[in-house]
Design a protein around this ligand. Structure first.
Ligand code: TNX
Length: 539
């Protein structure tokens, strides 16, 4: 049944490519090598793979053809063409006018229907002369494209034909994510990171099918997002950072640029404005916001819990209305994160009053509220989401209130925890998290009393008290973020540390190509990337 369908598609593709073109001069038959798809080093590991023992010929004659009404399908095809060109130096044409029979084709076929396991599911069928990526949408096809990228070898084979060929193992991949929410968080408040830095982080995460980037935009040490109605937030509040360096902030245009870049990677940006605690930078900029009554000055240290908004002042909520409105207007994603953690200087009843009021503001601007797990103590709406980081009781309370939970257990998923006592950067208040500890846990059973359908997904936060540049960021995030990608995408029955270890060891060519300063954990037998065999010849 399956085979017949595949044959039909290969025939259809050939027909499509021959229309309007000369199909007479068939190319020489190239004997493609036998490759084993099941031995490829894919991360996250797909739901199902069946190898067929041959290989697809990727070369300078390869074209990409799309079929479907999702207007972004061709954009996804062009994304793949661009990535192939960066890796191999050949750029497949997308939807060319014509093609020659026998030339290899990568076919993107949008297929609706309800038989897909979920929204991001895709099927990739790889034959000798064609590769067929079937998916219900451009978004799902984008996830499949990451699989294709990972299957393309680093170096070409120069002996199969007169021109270089990148053989891709043949067979079928049927894949879908276990969780629809697969995220990381970047703290740009403790130390500021530039638009370019954030874009590189997006590139790296998207390659491993992560689809959410949560930006921690404000904290005691810095306010990093322009609010037009309140310019001092960034002029004053954005002027420093931990250690006293210059700080910085995103203009609204910068933020839009990040959002657009994330969108091009089918990634949702979640903005966080942390409150009512973690608000020193805001209160120094506009002292009427302050609820501590203590002298205010810019803060360059790393303590937490000393600041709070004045939760009983109407002007504070008028201010927050502007902030939530302006940020929501430039955030296409459905979420607004209000922080809500470690408000040690806010009285409990003030805290509850505050979260209740801010939830209404967030809803007024059409967003779903997310907060760190403490927000479950307020009278939160079931549509709001709690992000578990430390207190299992709060997570249970959230679920009792009908809320969904994002899992970010500090002991397992905090990217800012040191790997071990020798780690150059990071903290260890929650744990030391070596690469295996980060991988070996099950999000579905980590917390008792939380059924799977209450878990939105997994997010690995990267707090930035101890990191101030991209190399340091990469040292903490990689390779662990790659493990979290697998933990949130792949099914538990397919996850295995020993197997992951080997696949992770083989990420070196990609990490090296991307110039990632990853932590070379001694628990991984890192593979030395192959040398490029010769200059790539373009036709
Ligand atoms: C706790 S996790 C915090 C952050 C710190 C982090 C450092 C959370 C919601 N709050 O303010 O940066 O620990 O690991």
């Amino acid at each position: 049944m399956k085979l017949t369908k595949d044959l039909l598609w290969t025939g259809l593709i050939t027909f499509f490519l021959c229309v309007g073109a000369s199909c007479e001069n068939k190319r020489e038959e190239i004997d493609m090598p036998s490759l084993d798809l099941s031995k490829e080093h894919l991360i996250p590991i797909p739901s199902k793979m069946v190898a067929s023992g041959s290989s697809f010929r990727l070369d300078q004659f390869t074209r990409i053809v799309t079929q479907g009404d999702d207007e972004r399908l061709e954009e996804v095809a062009s994304f793949l063409a661009e990535k192939i060109s960066q890796k191999a130096g050949i750029r497949p044409e997308v939807n060319p006018e014509s093609g020659k029979e026998g030339d290899p084709v990568i076919f993107f076929r949008q297929q609706g229907g309800t038989s897909w396991p979920n929204r991001e599911a895709y099927r990739l069928s790889i034959f000798k002369d064609s590769m067929v990526l079937e998916a219900p949408s451009a978004e799902a096809a984008f996830r499949g494209v990451q699989t294709i990228r990972q299957l393309i070898p680093e170096v070409s084979n120069d002996t199969l034909a007169a021109h270089p060929i990148w053989p891709v193992a043949s067979g079928t991949v049927e894949d879908y994510p276990n969780f629809g929410f697969r995220g990381s968080m970047l703290d740009v408040a403790r130390h500021f990171f530039s638009v370019e830095d954030v874009k590189k982080y997006i590139d790296l995460l998207a390659y491993y099918k992560i689809n959410v980037l949560h930006l921690h935009l404000t904290d005691d040490q810095g306010w990093r997002i322009e609010i037009k109605a309140w310019p001092k937030l960034t002029e004053v509040g954005g002027s420093t950072e931990v250690g006293g360096e210059a700080g910085g902030f995103f203009t609204q245009d910068d933020y839009k640029d990040i959002v657009a870049y994330a969108n091009a990677h089918f990634m949702t940006i979640i903005p966080e404005v942390d409150m009512p605690g973690h608000t020193n930078a805001a209160s120094v900029s506009y002292p009427f916001l302050d609820g501590t009554g203590k002298p205010l000055k810019l803060y360059e240290g790393t303590r937490v819990g000393f600041s709070t908004f004045d939760t009983r002042k109407d002007t504070v909520y008028a201010f927050l209305d502007d902030v939530v409105r302006e940020i929501s207007a430039i955030t296409p994603g459905p979420y607004f994160h209000i922080g809500g953690d470690e408000s040690h200087s806010t009285e409990k009843d003030d805290y509850i009053y505050f979260v209740n009021k801010v939830e209404k503001i967030v809803q007024k601007y059409g967003k779903t509220m997310i907060g760190w797990d403490e927000i479950a103590q307020a009278d939160v709406d079931p549509s709001s989401i709690a992000q578990f980081w430390a207190d299992a009781e709060n997570a249970t309370t959230a679920v009792e209130k009908g809320m969904k939970v994002i899992l970010s257990p500090a002991k397992k998923a905090y990217l800012d925890m040191q790997y071990d006592t020798l780690s150059k950067h990071g903290l260890h208040w929650a744990a030391y998290i070596p690469v295996d500890t980060a991988y070996i846990w099950n999000p579905e059973t980590y917390l008792p009393n939380i059924p799977k359908d209450r878990i939105l997904g997994v997010e690995a936060p990267l707090w930035s008290e101890t990191i101030s540049n991209m190399q340091e960021l990469e040292y903490l995030a990689f390779p662990r973020a790659i493990g979290y990608a697998e933990l949130s995408w792949s099914l538990e029955e397919n996850r295995d540390w020993e197997d992951f270890r080997v696949r992770l060891a083989n990420q070196t060519p990609y990490l090296q190509m991307m110039d990632v300063a990853y932590y070379p954990s001694p628990r991984i037998d890192w593979v030395k990337p192959p040398e490029k065999s010769r200059e790539i010849i373009k036709d």
